[in-house]
Design a protein around this ligand. Structure first.
Ligand code: LLP
Length: 383
């Protein structure tokens, strides 16, 4: 994937940095658009995965909506060209200021996670002379079979409203004058590589629709959230996630009434593969059982391995050795969890080598911090 010509362009650029393949991003967006258009599904890009303005502007240019989880994400999405009336706003803890910012921008819908939150939105909407459109984020009680840190649809997770409480909550909120209930929202987790949880989600959605009908409600919006996983092991073999198979599965399993719209909020699947973190090897050193390759990027630059035990494929872009070595690839941060990989096979690696940490476009740059007072990595865009 990295040609000699491209690698030569990296020389002289201070490391670590994020490299984005914008042609791949566009091919991914084309593929998503084709898959969604087949059924008229509405796509909202989950801004949390990567809020770099260049990336946001490119995604917005396709006419997609945005899924935001903070007031600042709403403001940034608007600034980067997402139409306000295609913005959804989720989150268990929306502050009054964030709600007011979203109201001021007339967003499409608040995805609400508690009755109290809905009461506050109602009150703030009344103060602003507005009617806020809301969807209930239901916790469907489904195991997404993914890393436990990013499994969000289990009954006791902090997200959403327990699906068993649907009727009770609806009765409590329909009396409020400054909100309009327009739909149901779900999000069962992230990096989901198995279609079964999505089938279960469709069943749950169908069941919830029936309950609503018994209450005399036919809500126009169904939002199934995001979560589609990507291939971290072999990004070159699978650079574009299979949106089509997922959306075909949804189409086969989801009851959609006339006039209803189906929404999705993909983050990782859109941006993960187009991003790579490039770092340089500072030192190598031997210990009794291992050899360390110490790189100039730490978990402040890419936190997924330290936080979730996630794996990013690492490629040595400059080694010319035909011998292999086994390395613990670690960062410079003064914490023992600053480890990218242990016992990792790479061509013999030495000081000065450039390493590519693949599939880092989602939840990479955006989760960076200045821990240890390190600089934030810059980003570069190539076509
Ligand atoms: N919608 C909602 C309400 C969400 O909470 C999320 C992600 C998404 C959509 C987008 O999910 P995606 O399509 O990207 O899977 N930092 C973690 C992932 C956290 C996901 C949080 N919510 C990681 O690096 O794996």
């Amino acid at each position: 994937m990295f040609s000699k010509e491209l690698i030569s362009k990296f020389e002289g650029t201070p490391t670590p940095f994020y490299y984005y393949d914008m042609a791949l991003l566009r091919r991914t967006l084309d593929s998503l658009q084709t898959a969604a258009d087949k059924y008229g599904y509405k796509i909202h890009y989950a801004v949390k995965a990567n809020a770099n303005p260049e990336i946001l502007k490119t995604i917005a240019s396709y006419g997609f909506g945005a899924d935001c989880v903070s007031g600042n994400e709403v403001l940034m999405a608007v600034e980067c060209g997402f139409p306000s009336d295609k913005i959804v706003f989720a989150g268990v803890g929306k502050s009054d200021k964030e709600i007011n910012d979203a109201l001021a921008n007339d967003i499409f819908c608040f995805n609400c996670e508690s009755v109290q939150e809905i009461q506050v939105i109602n009150q703030l909407a009344a103060q602003n002379g507005k009617i806020a459109k809301i969807a209930l984020r239901l916790n469907p009680g489904i195991d997404a079979h993914t890393n436990k840190c990013i499994n969000t649809g289990l009954e006791d997770s902090k997200f959403g409203i327990n699906f068993n409480l649907l009727e009770e909550v609806v009765k409590e909120i329909v009396v409020l004058n400054n909100i309009k209930l327009v739909g149901l929202h779900y999000h069962i987790g992230s990096q989901i590589t198995d279609l079964e949880p999505y089938r279960l989600l469709c069943n749950r959605s169908n069941e919830m629709q029936q309950k609503l009908q018994l209450l005399g409600l036919n809500l126009p919006e169904i939002n199934l959230g995001g979560g589609l996983g990507i291939d971290y092991d072999d990004p070159d073999a699978n650079p574009i996630p299979n949106f089509e198979t997922l959306l075909d599965t949804i189409h086969e399993n989801l009851d959609v009434k006339k006039g209803q719209r189906v929404h999705f909020e993909f983050g990782r699947a859109v941006v993960a593969q187009c991003g790579t973190m490039i770092a340089r090897v500072l030192y190598t050193k031997k210990a009794s059982k291992t050899t360390f390759a110490i790189v100039d990027a730490g978990f402040n630059d890419l936190i997924r391995p330290a936080l979730y035990g996630a794996h990013h494929r690492i490629e040595n872009l400059s080694s010319t050795s035909d011998q292999e070595g086994i390395y613990d690839v670690v960062g410079p941060i003064c914490e023992s969890t600053d480890v990218f990989e242990q016992a990792y096979k790479m061509p013999v690696t030495q000081r000065g080598d450039l390493l590519a940490f693949r599939s880092a476009g989602a939840y990479g740059e955006i989760m960076a911090s200045r821990y240890n007072l390190r600089n934030l990595a810059k980003s570069y865009f190539f076509d």
